[in-house]
Design a protein around this ligand. Structure first.
Ligand SMILES: [Ca+2]
Ligand SMILES: [Ca+2]
Length: 211
């Protein structure tokens, strides 16, 4: 009985350890043009201005081109906050202004099982991307990550209060719970736009010109 038990435990162990190592779907990145001068590379929290053409890998159909559809302008988005498909967040890092890349994005990092509009379910997508401009995000991703203690991509009141406490200490002020409580309430009133009790990465990173 005992050896069988060990076999069982061992295979469970094997299953969990190796189960956890299942490969995360990856974006295939091919650089088609790299400018000679590169002063700065894109990183999480940056605002990127991009032109793009999107194709279905299955039959090569182009489903969107920023140069030919809509107002024909390139589009702005913030990198790394899931404002766009995950394949873009993963595939457009460390990129120079003027650089061109071809991204091959598996469905899990694009529109998945549901698809969207002209994109059928389970589609692998190919994007020809050109990075036109990089600007600093209105609030950096770094400070969000620092505040988001449990990495769930949203800030709870506790996390905000903890951050205030640390900031107070860093500047040599004694922590003041009543004060932090009031400040956190105030911050949530301004920032928690959908009133779900959390400040999401998106709520944090966006607009708020008054701050
Ligand atoms: Ca959190
Ligand atoms: Ca919210």
């Amino acid at each position: 009985m005992i050896p069988e038990l060990w076999t069982c435990i061992f295979s469970l162990f094997f299953f969990y350890v190796h189960g956890a190592k299942l490969p995360e779907p990856e974006v295939k990145i091919e650089v088609s043009y790299k400018p000679f001068l590169c002063h700065r590379k894109s990183k999480y929290g940056d605002m990127l201005l991009v032109h793009y053409e999107g194709f279905l890998e299955s039959n090569g159909t182009m489903f969107h081109s920023s140069r030919h559809n809509g107002d024909k302008n390139p589009i702005w988005f913030t990198l790394g906050i899931r404002e766009v498909i995950r394949g873009w967040d993963k595939g457009l890092q460390g990129m120079c202004t003027g650089e061109k890349r071809k991204l091959t994005i598996p469905p899990a990092l694009a529109y998945g099982k549901e698809g969207k509009g002209k994109i059928p379910p389970e589609s692998t997508l190919i994007f020809d991307m050109e990075l036109v401009e990089i600007r600093n995000g209105p609030r950096s991703h770094e400070s969000f990550q620092e505040m988001d203690l449990n990495d769930d991509w949203k800030l709870s009141k506790l996390e905000v209060k903890e951050y205030l406490r640390k900031e107070f200490e860093r500047h040599g002020y004694p922590p003041n719970d009543t004060h932090h409580e009031a400040m956190a309430e105030d911050i949530f009133q301004k920032e928690d736009e959908d009133n779900d009790g959390y400040i999401s990465a998106r709520e944090f990173t966006y607009k708020h010109d008054e701050l």
